[in-house]
Design a protein around this ligand. Structure first.
Ligand code: FAD
Length: 276
């Protein structure tokens, strides 16, 4: 149950968790001039579903032993999130960082991350979040699985590993369905499916000692310049419009409940929110 680059026999499960650093959701805003997301000087965090993916990986390690590695592509400021992931319990981290990767859409992002996973090698499972809070395409996980030629199960709220296979449960409109496939595989994890643990003092000391985050450039991964960054990105943003929300009236009815409800219904009817 090992992926590309398998070496001598090892014990336990080796999971790679892809994490992206994103601006904190409540701080998200669009630059009115450039019409792009404001990222500079904005407090950031590990993309929330990726925190759930990391927690799922740490729980699998508690059952099966092995290693949890975290991987990210982005500027060196992303080290902050990788170090937090180590403080939460990850064993080691990898950051692919290169100016040539700037402007990557989901195609070169998936291509770059899969090249890094291939270089790490000898893995059983890759976990991603279901999507990010800053671009929310949900393309990257399936793209990585496609590049690596491994099976994938998306939008899982529970995962188990047994007998060289992974089983993932996903919620659907009228219940839940469970899918299973052979390892190595990629699974994307639902936001909020577990409670990510806090960093520990031991974890913070491991970070402080250093040496646990490896940096790779595009050249280290042998990435072809035409397949990365802006040049390798087929998405063209033709137009971005920001929506100006009208001010809320904030009207409060202070009458007795029976009267207040009648007044509220009248107001909703007048505004065309409810009929009759
Ligand atoms: C219309 C549009 C235009 C864009 N234009 C630009 C642009 O001009 N310049 C620019 O820089 N970006 C741009 N982006 C953002 C860029 O495409 C994404 O940041 C990147 O491709 C990842 O896509 P995503 O955030 O939708 O990830 P998703 O596919 O939603 O992410 C799913 C999962 O994949 C993993 N993942 C995703 N990204 C990373 C990462 N970097 N490292 C590690 N794991 C990761 C995480 O586990 C994540 O939960 C644009 C996005 C859109 C939708």
């Amino acid at each position: 149950m090992t992926g590309p680059g398998a070496t001598a026999a090892r014990v336990g499960l080796r999971t790679i968790v892809c994490i992206k650093q994103v601006p904190k959701a409540q701080e998200l805003s669009v630059d009115p001039v450039t019409k792009t997301l404001k990222r500079v000087g904005v407090p950031s965090e590990i993309n929330p579903p990726d925190q759930n993916a990391l927690e799922a990986a740490l729980r699998l390690r508690e059952v099966h032993g092995g290693e949890v590695l975290v991987l990210s592509m982005g500027p060196t400021s992303f080290d902050e999130s990788l170090e937090r992931a180590i403080a939460m319990g990850a064993d080691r981290a990898y950051l692919v960082s290169d100016r040539a990767l700037g402007g990557s859409d989901t195609v070169p992002t998936a291509n770059t991350l899969s090249a890094a996973i291939h270089k790490i090698g000898d893995f059983d499972l890759v976990l991603c979040g279901e999507e990010t809070t800053d671009s929310s395409t949900g393309h990257v996980g399936p793209g990585i699985a496609g590049h690596l030629g491994i099976p994938q199960i998306t939008y899982c709220s529970e995962i188990e590993v047994a007998d060289g296979r992974v089983r993932g449960t996903r919620m659907i409109e009228d219940g839940a369905e469970t899918w299973e496939c052979a390892l190595p595989a990629l699974v994307t994890i639902d936001f909020g499916c577990n409670r990510p643990r806090a960093p520990t003092l031991t974890g913070k000391i491991r970070v402080k000692r250093g040496g646990l985050v490896t940096h790779w450039s595009a050249a280290d991964l042998g990435l072809e310049p035409s397949r990365i960054g802006l040049r390798g990105s087929p998405t063209i943003v033709a137009k971005v419009e920001t929506v100006q929300l009208p001010d809320r009236k904030g009207r409060i009815f202070h009458e007795e409940p029976a009267v207040a409800v009648a007044l509220l219904l009248d107001a909703l009817r007048n505004d065309g929110v409810v009929r009759a």
